[in-house]
Design a protein around this ligand. Structure first.
Ligand code: IDP
Ligand code: MG
Length: 140
């Protein structure tokens, strides 16, 4: 398996409830290493661009408002098979369908306020990482 990088966000519901450390702990415990991290509040343009693939979905407006509702922790995690490994640690989008022990099963408030974002492919990870971080902001 190749070493990969993936973009992770602790969403506003997670930061608000003090779960940023909990999320990082779970990722590090499974062999992923932090190589970039920033606490920031997304503006509308950033939230819309991050979720641009969902622009036509009925929940898009609410999703963007939710993503702007408080600070997020934006992170790049690195490790073997990082994209899939992180998706497995996160669990399914809808916490009702997420496997036991996943972040979303344990902590998500709803299908929208589901605590974490993670890139869904290596290709999208590269796009998302470049959208949030300059190369010199990534360590190692
Ligand atoms: P993912 O986060 O598991 O990759 P996506 O389908 O890419 O899931 O959806 C992006 C985000 O949009 C989800 O994490 C969630 O916050 C929100 N979302 C997805 N489906 C719904 C829905 O049916 N209602 C409200 N929000 C949704
Ligand atoms: Mg997605």
């Amino acid at each position: 398996m190749a070493t990969e990088r993936t973009l992770v966000l602790v969403k506003p519901d997670g930061v608000r409830r003090g779960l940023a450390g909990e999320v990082i702990r779970r990722l590090e415990d499974k062999g992923l290493a932090l190589v970039a991290m920033e606490l920031r509040t997304l503006d509308r343009a950033t939230a819309e661009e991050h979720y641009a693939e969902h622009r036509e979905r009925p929940f898009f407006g609410e999703l963007v408002s939710f993503m702007m509702s408080g600070p997020v922790v934006v992170q790049v995690l690195e490790g073997e098979d990082a994209v899939k490994r992180n998706r497995d640690i996160m669990g399914a989008t809808n916490p009702a369908n997420a496997e036991a022990g996943t972040i979303r099963k344990l902590f998500a408030e709803s299908i929208e306020a589901n605590t974490v974002h993670g890139s869904d492919s290596e290709e999208n990870a590269a796009i998302e990482i470049a959208f949030f971080f300059k190369p010199e902001e990534i360590v190692g």
